[in-house]
Design a protein around this ligand. Structure first.
Ligand SMILES: [Zn+2]
Length: 325
């Protein structure tokens, strides 16, 4: 096997050809995930397994014939390319998964579950779940391991709709409900580099401290607005500069947080324009998706899709977990 797939070959037209039936989709997934031959998920052996030939019969446990199962010569166990991934035990055909993943990787504002439902002809609930599993696969990964360094901008914004006035409610009560609707998003962005975002109910010193110490290298220069909490936290880093927005100051030489504000602009366009509403419960998963697209912005759509598919490993996410989180 091991036919190498070139990222430039991945677009909606070539995918349609690659994914003409379920067997082809399984082979395509193997080529994407195992460019050097099948990897046994039980013992880690590489290219030392044999495809079980089903000769058109149903495989064990009455599994359909398009499933490609392998036997490992080292540990003698059986496996398929879907073991331990977000696609495992899904009833949705693999070609629909791959098309959804490509759509989410090639639209910079993301894709609404309703559009996935229409395009792939699945139930809305299924489309919604597919989107969340794909987002979950975008979380973390090798891109996420490095600390941010150089000049790092930190900023916060609030996401969430404006509450409509209820009959008999005072204006300040409506405003209070609007504030309750909103969730804070803190983002750290390395200029010319990567981004890390997280949602919080409130922005506190403890939250900011945790984010900075988890994601920022101590050698970094921190750029923030004049929010009180940053004053003490900034001292743990090599340098800290602030911009005073209240005094109408937006950039002083290199001291600005325009990169972080640009990121928020894109985030809000996507939430308002594509998703319309994102609940607080699921906001962190949407942020994983936005961070992933930002961190892979220099890649082509094909490279981004391959990266997302490879990150799907070790990421089973059951429906219950999505709903209860
Ligand atoms: Zn094995």
């Amino acid at each position: 096997m091991a036919r190498k797939i070139e990222p430039k070959d991945i677009n909606i037209v070539s995918l349609a050809a690659h994914l003409r039936d379920e067997t082809a989709a399984w082979k395509f997934m193997e080529e994407l995930r195992w460019p050097d031959g099948p990897i046994c998920p039980h013992c880690g052996s590489i290219d030392n397994s044999t495809l079980i030939n089903t000769n058109g019969r149903k495989t064990r446990l009455g599994r359909p014939t398009y499933r490609r199962e392998w036997t490992c010569h080292d540990c003698k166990k059986q496996f398929s390319v879907l073991v331990g991934t977000i696609y495992e035990s899904s009833k949705v055909p693999l070609f629909k998964w791959l098309l959804a993943q490509h759509m989410m990787c090639s639209n910079k504002n993301g894709v609404a579950a309703l559009e996935i439902k229409r395009t792939l002809n699945v139930a809305y609930k299924t489309a919604w779940f597919i989107c969340h599993r794909i987002r979950y696969a975008m979380e973390g990964g090798p891109l996420h391991d490095a600390l941010l360094s150089g000049v790092v901008e930190a900023d916060e914004t609030w996401v969430g709709g404006v509450a409509k006035a209820k009959p008999g409610e005072t204006r300040s009560q409506t405003r209070r409900r609007t504030l309750d609707n909103k969730t804070a998003v803190v983002t750290l962005v390395e200029r010319g580099g990567q981004v890390r975002s997280q949602a919080f109910e409130r922005v506190t010193s403890a939250n900011l401290d945790h984010m900075l110490s988890t994601h920022v290298d101590p050698s970094a220069t921190l750029m923030t607005d004049e929010r009180r909490e940053y004053a003490t936290l900034g001292r743990t880093l090599a340098d800290h500069q602030t911009v005073n927005h209240r005094a109408g100051e937006y950039a002083r030489n290199h001291a600005h947080i325009n990169t972080a504000e640009g990121y928020f602009g894109q985030l809000k366009r996507s939430i308002d324009g594509t998703h319309h509403h994102v609940s607080r419960r699921h906001l962190n998963r949407y942020l994983s998706e936005f961070d992933f697209r930002y961190n892979t912005r220099k890649m082509s759509d094909g490279e981004r899709t391959i990266t997302a598919v490879r990150q799907a490993k070790g990421k089973r996410l059951m429906y219950d977990k999505v709903v209860k989180d």
